[in-house]
Design a protein around this ligand. Structure first.
Ligand code: ADP
Length: 279
């Protein structure tokens, strides 16, 4: 209870069972040095990983792939916000005014959505998580640190000129929720030669006619989100770097080039091979 009350210094105490679960059920064994990350400890607890990175970098894509590989839930606060927006719940209108302008939602709202999601996971006896989109401010990182131990923070990085193109090319299938990208990024260097290539991630025929674009993926709003990332979220990188938990990963291109390299960086190549063999 003490840990949970610490979540909201100066605000209403959150005494959610999910937060209690989060703080108590987690076995806080971790290493401050960045050796090969453990994917499951002897007690059977799944990883506690966090993805950081600018809008459009691909946090959702890689977090979702790793969550399938490791059998832990991928929890995206952006998705939680969008689900709430799509509902006719009491928060929807308030959220639309914030999200559609690229601003950050208040800690109170984000923590309440996250708590609800964790409570749901509790009923399914989930173990571990890969967080994407949280924490996004130093305050959120402190809140998270107060309730559970994070093993590893993967900071995905992509050149700034590719980020805008990736956000503008992002599409979602309104039927199955699949994420695609129609942008073909070909950036030339000063000598006129191609410097960086990222192929589009095109949808299968079934999804092609059902694609929608996120309302906050317009040029104006993406630029504002990038500005806010640099101001509010970039300091979170230092927060984890200082704790020896930050793994910097420069994306070398699209999924075919980046995924194997990410697995290598995470020491998960064997894991992927075993899963492919048993599939
Ligand atoms: N941890 C958070 N704190 C505050 N607002 C958040 C958080 N996570 C998501 N949001 C809101 O949801 C929006 C979409 O989030 P996300 O899908 O993670 O976007 P991005 O592509 O910018 O990483 C954000 O612009 C913000 O308004």
């Amino acid at each position: 209870m003490a840990v949970v009350s610490r979540l909201w210094r100066g605000g209403a105490a959150v005494c959610s069972p999910a937060m209690m679960w989060l703080s108590l059920a987690m076995d806080a064994r971790f290493s401050t040095s960045l050796g090969p990350p453990k994917t499951r400890d002897p007690g059977g607890r799944g990883v506690h990983w966090v993805f950081l990175g600018c809008p459009g970098v691909g946090k959702g894509t890689y977090a979702s792939r790793l969550s399938q590989l490791l059998g832990v839930p991928h929890i995206s606060t952006g998705d939680l916000v969008r689900e709430e927006l799509a509902s006719s719940g009491p928060l929807a209108q308030q959220l639309a005014g914030i999200v559609n302008h690229g601003q950050l939602v208040s800690n109170e709202i984000i923590m309440s959505l996250l708590t609800k999601r964790l409570e749901h996971g509790e009923t399914k006896v989930e173990s571990g998580f890969i967080l994407d989109g949280f924490p996004r401010t130093i305050r959120q990182a402190e809140i998270l640190e107060g309730v559970t131990e994070i093993d590893l923070v993967i900071n995905l990085k992509l050149r700034e000129d590719a980020l805008l193109a990736k956000c503008l090319g992002r599409r979602i299938c309104s039927h199955c929720g699949g994420n695609y990208n129609v942008a073909s990024v070909n950036i030339k260097g000063e000598n006129g030669r191609l410097d960086f290539i990222m192929a589009p991630l095109l949808p299968p025929a079934d999804c092609a006619s059902k694609l929608i674009t996120r309302v906050d993926d317009t040029e104006e709003v993406v630029k504002e989100r990038l500005r806010i990332y640099n101001e509010m979220s970039k300091p979170v990188e230092e927060f984890y770097r200082a704790r020896g938990k930050l793994l910097e990963f420069d994306l070398p291109g699209g999924i075919p080039e980046s995924w194997p390299k990410l697995l290598q960086a995470l020491n998960l190549v064997d894991h992927d091979d075993k899963q492919s063999a048993s599939a």
